[in-house]
Write a protein that binds this ligand. Structure first.
Ligand code: ADP
Length: 459
C-alpha cells in the first residue's frame, strides 16, 4: 500500500528536484543576459591593464613580468607573429584558436572571447578552460607585435567558493531530506491516530482520547471527530437506556397479566375475585397499548421527516374539547375547572396539539386529590400565545423538576404504578411544542400544586 507518508515524502522530493532544475535554468538565463557580459568586460579591463603596465615600463623582461602577473591567478598565453606561443601560469586546456583571430589581435584588435564564447545554455561554460574563452589584447615588445590572451585561473580564484557552494548544496539537500522525512511523520501522525480511532469506534469502543492539539485543519478535524464520537456515544447510551426502559415498562404489566391469568385458571375463585382480576388484566393491557401508541408518536416525532400538518383553528375551542373528552375523569374526582379562554386563532398541527393539552390536563387530574381545582388560561404575548395550566395537586419536588421532561422519568415510581403512567407523556409534549417553535416551562411546589406554561407562535 502506498501510504500517505510515502506519498508526501516522494512528492516533496520530486517538487524539490523540479524546482532546482527550473531555478538552474532561470539563473542560467540571468548569467547569459547579465553576468557574462559583465564578466567579459571586467577581464577585458584586466588584460588592458596588464598591457598598459608593461608599456609604462617597457625595459623589463617580458617573461619575468608575465610570470609575475600569472602569479595573481591568471592564465596567460603569448603568441608572436611567427606563431610561437608561450604559456604563463596554468597552461590552457584547449589552445585551438582561429588563425584570423590571432592575426586580428596581432594587428591591434581586442578579442572579446569571454563574451562571445558559445558555451551553450549552461553556466558551466564559465569554467571552460579554453583559449577561445579568453580576452586577447595586442602587445608590443621591443617593436615586435604579440597577441596576449588572458583568462582568470578559475580553480585558484574561485576554488574555495566552489568548495563552499558544493558543501552548501550537499548540506542543503541532506538536511532537506531529513526535515521532509521528519516533518511528514509529524503531519501524518494525527491522521494515523484518527484512523485507529475510527476503527475502534467501528468496533463499538468509544473510549480513548485523541490527544491532537494542533491548531490547523487536521487539529480541527480531530476536534470535530472527538465531538462526533461523544455524540455517538451519547446516542448509543440513550438507545441502550431507551431499550432497557421500554423492556422494563413492558415487563411489569406482562408479569401481572401472566400472574392473574394463571390465578384465573383455578376453579375455586369467587365470581367477584374473577371479575376483579379480569379488570386488572384489562387495565394493564390498556396501559401497554397506550404506551405503545405513545412510543410510536415519539418515534415519528424523533424522525422529524413528517412535516407538521398546519391548519388554522381556535385554540380555546380545542382546549374546551379536551376538557369535554376528559369530563368523566375530573368529574369522578369532584374537581373544579376554572377557565379563561378567549378565542385565539393559531396555525399549528391540530392532532399533535390536542395531545399536548390532553397530556397536561390528564396529569393535573391524575396528580391531584379529589376536590382539587384546575385553572386554564390563554394569554396573548406579542406574536406568541401562552397557555397556563395550573393545578392544586401534589406538586413536584425541586430536585425532580429538571427531569420531568425526560423520557420514562417518573417522579414517584410507586405512586405512578397505580396512576398508569409510563413517563413518556411530558417528553412527547415538550418535543411537540418545540417542533412548533414554542417553549414549555413548569413551576411547582410540593404539596401546593404545579403550573405548566406553554408558549406557541400564533402563526
Ligand atoms: P406519566 O405518563 O408518568 O404521567 P409524564 O411524562 O406525563 O409521565 O410525567 C412525568 C412525571 O412528572 C410524572 O411521573 C409525574 O410524577 C410528574 N408530573 C407531571 N405532571 C404533574 C403534575 N401536574 N403534578 C404533579 N406531578 C406531575
Amino acid at each position: 500500500m502506498k501510504t500517505l507518508y510515502f506519498r508526501i515524502v516522494v512528492q516533496t522530493i520530486l517538487i524539490m528536484v523540479l524546482a532546482s532544475v527550473i531555478a538552474f535554468l532561470l539563473s542560467n538565463v540571468y548569467y547569459h543576459q547579465v553576468l557574462k557580459p559583465y564578466n567579459g568586460e571586467k577581464i577585458s579591463k584586466v588584460a588592458r591593464e596588464i598591457v598598459s603596465l608593461y608599456e609604462e615600463n617597457p625595459n623589463q623582461d617580458i617573461d619575468a613580468y608575465l610570470n609575475h602577473v600569472s602569479g595573481l591567478h591568471y592564465q596567460l598565453y603569448l603568441i608572436n607573429e611567427q606563431g610561437k606561443a608561450t604559456s604563463y601560469g596554468k597552461p590552457f586546456h584547449q589552445t585551438d584558436l582561429d588563425g584570423d583571430t590571432v592575426s586580428d589581435v596581432l594587428n591591434g584588435k581586442v578579442y572579446e572571447g569571454i563574451e562571445t564564447y558559445n558555451n551553450g545554455l549552461f553556466i558551466t561554460g564559465f569554467f571552460e578552460d579554453a583559449l577561445e574563452n579568453s580576452i586577447g589584447v595586442p602587445l608590443n615588445v621591443d617593436g615586435e607585435k604579440y597577441a596576449l590572451f588572458v583568462r582568470p585561473d578559475i580553480e585558484k580564484q574561485f576554488g574555495e567558493i566552489r568548495f563552499f557552494l558544493a558543501v552548501l548544496l550537499v548540506l542543503m539537500i541532506l538536511l532537506s531530506f531529513f526535515f521532509i522525512i521528519f516533518n511528514t511523520r509529524f503531519l501524518v501522525k494525527p491522521i494515523t491516530k484518527l484512523t485507529e480511532a475510527t476503527k475502534r469506534i467501528a468496533d463499538g469502543d468509544y473510549s480513548g482520547e485523541l490527544n491532537v492539539t494542533r491548531g490547523d485543519e487536521i487539529g480541527d478535524l480531530a476536534k470535530h471527530f472527538s465531538k462526533m464520537t461523544q455524540s455517538i456515544q451519547r446516542l448509543e447510551d440513550m438507545r441502550q437506556e431507551f431499550v432497557s426502559n421500554v423492556s422494563h415498562e413492558i415487563q411489569s404489566p406482562l408479569a401481572s397479566i401472566q400472574g392473574f391469568s394463571q390465578t384465573l385458571q383455578s376453579e375455586e375463585l369467587t365470581k367477584e375475585k374473577r371479575k376483579e382480576y379480569l379488570s386488572i388484566i384489562e387495565k394493564e393491557s390498556r396501559r401497554m397499548s397506550a404506551m405503545s401508541k405513545q412510543l410510536l408518536i415519539l418515534a415519528s416525532l424523533d424522525k422529524g421527516d413528517d412535516p407538521l400538518q398546519r391548519t388554522s383553528f381556535d385554540l380555546a375551542q380545542q382546549i374546551r374539547q379536551v376538557l369535554f373528552m376528559l369530563e368523566w375523569s375530573w368529574r369522578e374526582k369532584d374537581m373544579v375547572i376554572e377557565m379563561d379562554l378567549p378565542s385565539t386563532m393559531i396555525s399549528a398541527d391540530e392532532k399533535l396539539l390536542i395531545q399536548v393539552w390532553t397530556n397536561l390536563i390528564t396529569n393535573s387530574i391524575k396528580y391531584s386529590e379529589s376536590g382539587g381545582s384546575i385553572i386554564i388560561r390563554i394569554k396573548k404575548i406579542g406574536r406568541m400565545v401562552e397557555v397556563i395550566i395550573k393545578d392544586t395537586g401534589m406538586g413536584i419536588a425541586d430536585e425532580e423538576l429538571p427531569h420531568i421532561f425526560e423520557r420514562f422519568y417518573k417522579v414517584d415510581k410507586m405512586r405512578n404504578r397505580s396512576e398508569n403512567g409510563s413517563g413518556i407523556g411530558l417528553s412527547i409534549t415538550k418535543k411537540t411544542v418545540e417542533l412548533h417553535g414554542g417553549t414549555i416551562a413548569v413551576q411547582s411546589e410540593l404539596g401546593e400544586g404545579s403550573t405548566f406554561y406553554v408558549r406557541l407562535p400564533l402563526m
